[in-house]
Design a protein around this ligand. Structure first.
Ligand code: HDD
Length: 704
């Protein structure tokens, strides 16, 4: 278990101290924005009791005007997000590759703010939709802000940023009726995909379980592009950035995500917030794939093509440091909404490559902040302010917060003692040699679009592949235009004939008669989520179903055993308040069952106690809870009389514990316990829970 899994106080770093200067606690008398105390904020100033409101009511006008202007444009993409502060620390100096201060000093904790997001939905859309997740990190380094603006998938939909407006228009709700919200399952996206085969590799990722993460704490992040590190000597090393969550990479299942969208649209946001409040801080390791400049052309794809990965088996990911998110923002709008990322926010030692997608991004992010945050001074907003000193001749503009003193705002000057002057260790661009004709032409080295899509498919576990096939069937099945469906199937046939045939059958399209291209058979095990960390139950949420007459002692023992490993156990009952246990003690109910659902838990246990179990076996919500958890491949367990509730639920035939059986009987991830040492049951259940889901399960006939 990692060091951060122990309780720790938030870091209280330079950024935190800086923010202290602007935090407000509303502890004073009510005033206007001009500081004048207000006598009454419930009644407007009027001419007589029933007369008109008076213009001179400056308090009314100010209050209303401010309210009328409260909204700013949401982000054109990634509008829905959640963020947190934390810190990053490098394990060992990377001075060999980069001169970036925050990557060369292992003693240094660099403050960060991370914003996670979905892409297509509006600000108020549900968290658990099928979508790419943004993973944007702002490092407040001593040499200025560095932004690593990545996603939870390592490739992108297009190769050249000039196509970004087209792609986004295609995926966003359709312009005539603004339907569907936060969904890729509609004609315009798949129309674009069918006509633009460079999207196909990314579409494989989007149709995979990566697009429905269990938690922001359990997803990877990728810088996507090939970037460049530059050391003191000016030597470059090409690099791809990876974030790897210490809890492993885990997903939800599709039916579950759709239900969570209604039961708890804030599911991922709440999970991030709650885990930080509990002191269970999300942690990620930063990894780098390092490629010497001399090997730039050593691959069978172009490193500048953002629709390609470097397989980890070809160039391993070197873990270089760790990020811990340990503090929630104080104010969503001020911090999470106003944070402004920009791929061109780099620090000395980190540089770009000529990836045409990256080049376009280096224009777009600054441009979008100008409209979104209302002018050129958005870097002065508290969340954006660097901890490094800022000194330049930029002046004025809307919302100028600095009071620049002196007569000079130009360079060079003598009247201002030559300040600000050009200091030591400045950012200097990597001296890459560039020459060529001025042309509009995609490089020949960008022309192959299918082979890595096949690689991804070949690397999936059986259950991952089954989910991907269903996802294609769902999404294409929602497209009304048959030609759109057909065109995509034709492309799938160039990725893998069996996949194309399976998808075609589900959507009423004739399966392609012949194999277009033979599957190359190569795979990259690192691409499968099945190969991620599955040995911890830390922060997993377990529901225990109980009713009057529950065996409370047993529940408390279970809670204690799982809590010792960092899992959370909540007691759910048909009503809130307390339950009278079989021994006459009272057991506190954490939530009434009708306010929650199985889909917001990782696992369910039905408690023992004859009366409790008899009541739950007659309670539809409890039976549905169990069946749905089973359907969604979650660990399910029951102790003593609770086993009867599993028997009453619409589950397939399972071997369950009876008299004389060992302390834990496990069948298809259903753990039952009727006698023997409870500790053995706890261990068996924790083992299944650590596996996240139980995929080899017979769920076909379970009606949930
Ligand atoms: Fe982008 C936001 C990630 C391509 C233009 N992008 C945005 C965010 C993330 C990404 C995580 C949200 C940042 C936040 O939380 O505030 N974008 C990516 C990745 C890409 C990518 C990983 C491909 C590798 N983006 C991309 C292209 C363009 C943009 C090609 C335009 C040429 N992205 C934007 C934007 C946004 C944005 C319009 C919207 C809001 C914002 O920037 O601040 O400028």
């Amino acid at each position: 278990m990692s060091e951060a899994f122990r309780d720790r106080e938030p870091s209280g770093d330079d950024k935190d101290r800086q923010l202290d200067g602007v935090r407000e606690d509303s502890a004073n008398a009510l005033t206007t924005e001009t500081g004048v105390r207000v006598e009454d904020t419930d009644n407007s100033l009027s001419a007589g009791e029933r007369g008109p409101t008076l213009m001179e009511d400056f308090h009314f006008r100010e209050k209303m005007t401010h309210f009328d202007h409260e909204r700013i444009p949401e982000r054109v993409v990634h509008a829905r997000g959640a963020g947190a502060y934390g810190y990053f620390q490098v394990y060992e100096s990377l001075a060999r590759y980069t001169r970036a201060d925050f990557l060369t000093d292992p003693g240094l904790r660099t403050p960060v703010f991370v914003r996670f997001s979905t892409v297509a939905g509006s600000r108020g859309s549900a968290d658990t939709v099928r979508d790419v997740r943004g993973f944007a990190t702002k490092f407040y380094t001593r040499e200025g802000n560095y932004d690593l603006v990545g996603n939870n998938m390592p490739v992108f939909f297009i190769q050249d940023g000039i196509k970004f407006p087209d792609f986004v228009h295609a995926v966003k709700p359709e312009p005539d009726n603004e339907i569907p919200q936060a969904q890729s399952a509609h004609d315009t996206l798949w129309d674009f995909v069918g006509l633009q085969p460079e999207t196909l590799h990314m579409m494989m990722w989007l149709m995979s379980d990566r697009a429905i993460p269990r938690s922001y704490r359990m997803m990877q992040g990728f810088g996507v592009h090939t970037f460049r590190l530059v050391n003191e000597r000016g030597e470059g090393t090409l690099v791809k950035f990876h974030w790897k969550p210490l809890l492993g990479t885990h997903s939800l299942v599709w039916d579950e995500t759709q239900k969570i969208g209604g039961k708890d649209p804030d599911f991922n946001r709440r999970d991030l917030w709650d885990s930080i409040e509990r002191g269970q801080y999300p942690e990620y390791e930063l990894g780098m794939q390092l490629v010497p400049e001399s090997d730039e052309h050593a691959f069978d794809f172009d490193l500048l093509d953002p629709t390609k990965i470097i397989p980890e088996e070809t160039v391993p990911v070197t873990p270089v440091g760790k990020m811990v998110l340990d503090r929630n923002p104080d104010n969503f709008f001020a911090e999470t909404e106003q944070i402004a990322f920009h791929t061109a926010n780099v620090v000395p030692g980190i540089d770009f490559t000529n990836d045409p997608l990256l080049q376009a991004r280096n224009f777009s992010y600054l441009d979008t902040q100008l409209i979104r945050l209302g002018g050129p001074n958005f870097q002065q907003l508290p969340v954006n302010r660097p901890v490094a000193d800022v000194s330049n001749n930029q002046r004025d503009g809307y919302g100028q917060h600095r009071v620049h003193r002196g007569r000079t705002s130009y360079f060079p000057n003598s009247l201002g003692s030559g300040c600000p002057y050009l200091g030591e260790a400045p950012y200097s661009h990597y001296a890459e040699r560039v020459d060529g004709d001025k042309i509009r032409k995609r490089s020949e080295s960008f022309k192959e679009h299918y082979s890595q899509a096949t690689l991804f498919l070949n690397s999936l576990a059986g259950w991952e592949r089954a989910h991907l096939t269903s996802a294609f069937q769902f999404e294409l099945g929602k497209c009304e235009t048959m030609a759109v469906r057909e065109r995509v199937v034709e492309h799938l046939n160039r990725i893998d004939h069996t996949l194309a045939a399976e998808v075609a059958r589900g959507i009423g399209v004739a399966p392609p008669a012949t194999e277009e291209v033979a599957n190359h058979g190569r795979s990259s095990p690192a691409l499968s989520q099945a190969n991620s960390v599955t040995d911890t139950i830390y922060s997993r949420q377990v529901a225990v179903l109980a009713d009057e007459g529950v065996n409370a002692a047993e529940v408390l023992r279970l809670r204690e055993a799982l809590a010792a490993q960092g899992a959370l156990v909540e007691v759910l009952a048909p009503h809130d308040g307390q339950l009278r246990a079989v021994d006459g003690q009272m057991l506190a109910v954490d939530r009434a069952m009708h306010t929650v659902a199985s889909v917001v838990y990782d696992a369910v246990v039905v408690a023992g106690g004859a009366d409790s179990a008899a009541a739950l076996a007659e309670y539809g919500l409890a039976l549905n809870f169990v069946a749905e958890a089973f359907k969604h491949a979650k660990p399910v367990a029951a102790t003593h009389e609770g086993v009867g509730v599993l028997e009453a639920a619409p589950l397939p035939h399972l071997r369950m514990a009876g008299d004389g059986d060992p302390a834990a009987v496990v069948d298809q991830g259903v753990v039952t316990h009727r006698g023997g040492d409870p500790a053995e049951f706890h261990t068996a259940f924790a083992r299944v829970l650590a596996g996240h889901r139980v995929w080899d399960r017979d769920t076909a006939r379970v009606p949930a």
